[in-house]
Structures are given as structure tokens and as C-alpha cells.
Design a protein. Sequence first.
Length: 571
Amino acid sequence: MNHFAFRTAAVLLALTAIGCASNIARTSLDEPRYFPDEMGIVALQVVSNASRLAPRLDRWGGVQLEDLDDDETEYYLHRVRRGLVDSDFFLGALPPGQYRLKALVAGTQFGETFYALRAPLPEPLGTFTTGNDKLTDLGTLAFQPLGPLPTEVDVTEDDSEPILLPFSVARVRGEGDFHELVSELYPRISASIDAGDRLGWSQLAESDKEMADAIKRHIAPGPAHRTSQGVPVLPSRLGQIYWFDSSAGTWQRSDTGVNHMIDYVATTPAGGLLAVGERGVVLESERWDAAWRRLKGPGPTHEIAWAHVHPSGEIFLLTRTFDFIHLLRSRPGSTFWEPIHRFEVNYIWRHKGRQVASARVEADKLIVLANGRYHEFDLDGELLERHRSRRFLDIARQANGYLVIEGDVSSVDPRYSTDGGLDWIAAHEVTDEESWVVQESGMIYVDEKSGEWTVANKPQIKGDFWLRKHFPHEPRLRRKHRWSRQVEWHAILPEGCEEIDPVLSGRGRIFVRCFDGRVMSTRADGDEWSLEIDTLPRSTTGKTLESGHRGEAEFTTGTVTTVYIPVFLPF
């Protein structure tokens, strides 16, 4: 795509986002004045089996629709953010008719560089209808990349062709529970919708079920944590949970039966489990391999990031909505979630899965890190202490109790705390020897005994050629003692694996996460990597993840030099 064509595409994508092009209909539920006289609501969830779709693009921003009776008008479902932290949920108001999903689109702009991704969806995926004052519930669409994802790209003004990324998609069975969410987000609009007469796909092929089940078996895990009993847990999308079985020495997978993201798993005093996640989902089970039962949650606009079950039977939750962090409590035998405290969020969210708040229980005290403050509450909700702490975009608790953070937009260097978040130690202190290296932000792992910290780092070399002897090109594990100026380079990182997992790391091994969902580990000073969790497409029960509805996504980049549209794109 040449430079002019790319700028044109960037403008069209921006116009698509704000609905300014003449043939693009406004479908956003935030603009009811543009609704047609007769309209229905279309709801869809899109889940991608990868933590990154392409460089700078972590999630889809819109869904392009094709009107089978009118090929001149463009319709898009936009990603919903109102009341939600960040979502894979898409909504739109469309006139009655028959439609099909045409493409998934994503785009963003960093400085003068624009990144765009478009995945045309195959026609055999199916069609659906909309009706006046009706909700068309399309459930969940699972997107499975089939090839290696590009981890970086050189952006130049030279002519370049789009990078083609193969993928498969499948429709996931199960009701989307979308009416409740629409009702809470848009109560006035949903009041006219007939909740009892929902529309959906024209049909669901058996191959869709097989494909969706295969994707679930290889779904990319989310952020890790440990239960109160020390069990490493990796909750994930589509209701999947990975947990480490120490007796067998292997990772196991539990399917909760829901299609939501699970964010946290807590243990109960009776030895059971409590799983929580997006859209206020709360589930309980007697054990990992038993059935899960759904409990009443705090509401579909809450994403639950943490849970604790007290021996008294009280359940405490830390939830997130778009503007606030909430500390909630439910008493034994009650289904009411009582608000304890609300923390206002006044800084930018990074992306889904990033932990911008943290909570734990110590000595019958609730300790919450939120909005740059350290808070202590008693179990009745009374604020006992509050101290200045640090803002962060990501936080993790190591097995040794250390907290590690990736700083906010004003302080990106990683830091760690040995006292639960009162004081923070900067891990990156630039020395003369390191001044040739441009640091990259990211999570670190801190060894309690040696005082060494390890980061996954790819330096950018400045200076003459001879410096390359000292600073390697490849992304590597980089280690440094807290009190030393000496930097050591160790294992070369596997391609596409550039983020350390401090929760899983320890006992002489470093764990890293990959963009395609894999989890790898190595000895802290070694060069051999072990595959801990495999999410790559492969044969499953006679079927492969490549046997579904296939297509090729087009990833393009370019430099925008003369065109700038100051709007917030819904990407």
C-alpha cells in the first residue's frame, strides 16, 4: 500500500469510527437521535485466542456488517466501553433485515504512525436477522490466529504490501446473557426491547461446536496469581482456568461452562473454589474437576479482579468499572453486594488484563492499593490507615510476597516492594555502562536471596559497531544485582515471548509469556526453554484448529504526515 493510499485508508477508518462518511450508518447506542424509525439491537462478543493481534493492536475495535438487501450502506458494531473497563462486547442499532458479519477491524495511531488490521470473515460463517424492538443475540465469536504473529514492524514511508495473517473463526454455543448487560448500560433504550423474543443466527453447524471446543482447549491464559494455598492459577477467556497440579507436576485445565473471562480464583474455608471475572460473574465449585455453579454477582458492568472468602463466610470483591474501583462485601446467606469503598480512577487504563488495583487480606485487615494510595480497612469497612504509594499499570505478587509493578505513564520503570506496597524500590537505575542501552518498560522478577532482578529486554544499540559485542541484538533475559553496576545477559527469549511472569517465576526458573498465549520457562541463567502451556494450533480429536471458517487478516502500517483527525477512535 503506497503512502497516499494508506493515508486515505486511515481517513476512511477514522470516518468509519465517527460515522462521517455518507454511506456509513450510525449504529452507536450513544446516539439514539440517529436511530431509524424501526430498529433492533445486535449484540456480539468477540474473543481472540492471543494476547496480541499485531504490533500495537491487542483487541478488535469494530465489526463490519453486510446488509444482504442493501449493498450501498455500511454498518459497524462498535466496541462498548460505557460502564466497562475494556470489553470484547459489540453493540449496534440496525433496521430490520438480514445481515452477515463481513469483517473484524482494529486500528490505532501512535504519534505519526497508524496501525490497522482487517480480518474479512468467510461467508459460510452464517447470517442473522434483526427485527423491530428485538434483541439479536449473536453470542460469542472465537478468533484463532493460525500463524506466527508479527512482534514488531519497521515503519517507513516506502511502498509496502499488507502482512497477511491466516486465522480461523467459530461461533460458540451458549446464550450471551446480553440483555441484562444492555439493560444496565442503556436502560431507556432496552425498555422498548422485547426480552422474551430474541433473535440469533440462522443456524449453527456442528463444525462450529467442534471448532469452538478445540479453541477452548488451547485458549490463551490470562494474568497469573496464586491461591491462598499457593496453587499457581492462570484464569483465561471463555471460562477456562489453568492450574498447576503439584502432585502430577503438570498444568491442568478446568472449564467453568461460561463464555466470560475469568480473572481470579479464590479458595474457600471448606476447601472449595470461588471463580470471578468479567460482567460480574461469580462461580463456585467443590473442587477443580467438579461442576461450577453460578452465584449472583454485583452486576454485568463490573469486572471482578480479586476475591476473598473469609472463614466467617463473608465474601470480599475488588471490582472495576470504567470510572471506579469498588471494594464490595456479601454477608453469609445474602445475595446483596454491599459497597465498602469506591476509588475513583483518574489515570489511563492500559488494556484488558492489566491490574490497576490490588487487594489482599492480612491479619483481618483489607489492604488495597489503588489510585496511588495504600489503604487499610478493617473487615467492617472502616478505613484505618491511608498512605501515599505509587500508581501503576500492572501489579503482581511473587511467591515470596514481593510486589512488583510496571509504573504508570509518568514513570514506566518497574519497581518492587518488600513491605506490601508502602515503599517501592526502583529496579532500573541507569549507570554509565547502561547509558548506551535504551530501556524498555516491563515486569520484573526479584530474587529474595540474591537481590538480583531479571527483566525481558531488547536493547536498542546506540553508538559504533563495536558496542554490539557487549549488548546483543536478540531479546534476552537481563539480570542485575540491586547494588551492582554490572549487567549480565542470559537466555535468548523465544520469538514472540517478551514478558516475564513474576507470579510463576521462582525456585531458580524464570517464566515468560508469549503473544500467542504460550507459557515458557528456563533456568535463571540457562539457554534452554521448556514449554509449560501450549496454545498453538494442533490436532484435537481428529479435528484441527485450521479446519474451521478460514481467512486472512491484512495488517498494514504507515506514517500519517498530512492528515490528522483529533477524535477518540473506538479501538
